[in-house]
Design a protein around this ligand. Structure first.
Ligand code: MG
Length: 385
């Protein structure tokens, strides 16, 4: 009976896929071959493996933009990730892409982020550069799924399919083949599939709208400031005000954000369809050999998104109010890094063992990058407080 159900589900998914989508039966497979599961295909299994990983669970206690100091309602990296997955699934279905692959990629896209959001990332990168290395969250995410997650007796890591590993590396960034020989297997001279291209734009759409929301809720951004600073928001706000003149500010705000989000998502779907049509793309190979990425917003909407992003950088991410918190985060990361570099005997024993095979800065960096905001503070109190 389960086989019959599996076949029916499979046929349904298959028939919805566009010619240019990634087909699970044509996957380049896993590093360590495994038997097929009776009723989940490989991308569905990858999605589930990501959800069951420790790195995924730790996203709950990692800062996105705001720490919990401001409110319990704000996005953290886990809720941001779920929002990206929800937006990406919607778009993916409309474009006839492989929704299971898209979901796996969305859920895994931020697992490589260290504690404290971008402040933590910057501090870790600076600490690494002092030793001739660097920190990159996409490369770190690959190390997590390839090596650090220990769940299976037969291999280290999650043994994800090629397409998920490729998407982790390539969704937001092109890595030049000559500078990253270790990534040579990931077709660096070719574009990633549309499923991976989509994650980058869905991520941008998700955080731009969410950060306006959290910025307003935290009162770090005023309604006036947002209306004056972002023309797209202002336009929809005026519309909402005349439709719901008696609604309270926050509800007018929500209605405005909903319209903005719908406009961007709708535009991304239509513009991408049009680009696919114009490029005469009709297979995954066409997508890969296309000179440019195809999942993009139209010029006009891209301009709107940029205005919102610039506004957020200027008024929120780089606001003086968040400075003390960011400085604190950078200090905690850099002092702990220095501490373990000077005293590696205080690292957990499995990391000490790793340091016999890999450079110490890399091992210290891996250890810190995996921590939640809470855990790194505990460590700081213990060793540097
Ligand atoms: Mg993200």
């Amino acid at each position: 009976m389960p086989t019959a159900i599996a076949e029916r589900c499979f046929c349904y998914t298959f028939s919805m896929l566009a010619d240019y989508a990634v087909r699970v039966e044509q996957s380049r497979g896993r590093r360590y071959p495994e038997l097929q599961h009776p009723y989940r295909d490989d991308f569905q299994r990858d999605r589930d493996r990501v959800i069951h990983s420790r790195a995924f669970r730790r996203l709950e206690a990692k800062t996105q933009v705001f720490t919990r100091r401001y409110s319990d309602h704000f996005r953290n990296r886990l809720t941001h990730t779920i929002e990206v997955a929800q937006i990406a699934r919607t778009i993916s279905a409309q474009l006839g892409l492989n929704v299971d692959l898209v979901e796996a990629l969305a859920l895994v896209h931020d697992v490589g982020h260290p504690p404290f959001g971008h402040a933590g990332e910057k501090a870790l990168d600076i600490a690494m550069r002092a030793h001739g290395f660097f920190f990159d969250h996409n490369l770190h995410a690959l190390r997590i799924v390839e090596d650090f997650e220990l769940r299976y007796a037969a291999f280290r890591g999650l043994n994800l399919t090629f397409e998920v590993r490729e998407g982790i590396i390539k969704h937001s960034h092109d890595y030049p083949a000559d500078k990253f020989p270790e990534l040579a297997g990931y077709l660096l001279d070719l574009r990633p599939p549309l499923e991976a291209q989509l994650i980058d734009v869905a991520d941008e759409i998700a955080y731009s709208s969410a950060d306006l929301d959290d910025g307003f809720e935290s009162r770090l951004l005023t309604l006036e400031q947002i209306r004056n600073g972002t023309p797209v928001f202002q336009r929809f706000y005026s519309e909402v005000e005349s439709l719901y003149p008696d609604a309270i500010d926050k509800l007018q705000f929500n209605e405005t954000l909903k319209r903005m989000l719908n406009r961007w998502v709708g535009d991304l779907i239509e513009n991408t369809k049009e680009r696919i049509r114009r490029a005469a793309v009709s297979s995954l190979n066409d997508v890969r050999s296309c000179p440019a990425r195809l999942v993009t917003l139209s010029t006009a909407v891209e301009q709107e998104r940029r205005e919102v992003k610039d506004f957020l950088y200027k008024n929120l991410y780089f606001s003086a109010t968040l400075d003390p918190e960011k400085n604190d985060a950078e200090r905690v990361v850099s002092e702990l890094f220095k501490f373990w570099m000077a005293k590696p005997e205080y690292l957990p024993s499995n990391y000490q063992e790793k340091a016999t095979q890999e450079p110490l800065p890399r091992v210290v960096c891996d250890y810190i990058a995996g921590m939640t905001d809470n855990y790194i503070y505990e460590q700081y109190e213990k060793y540097c407080g």
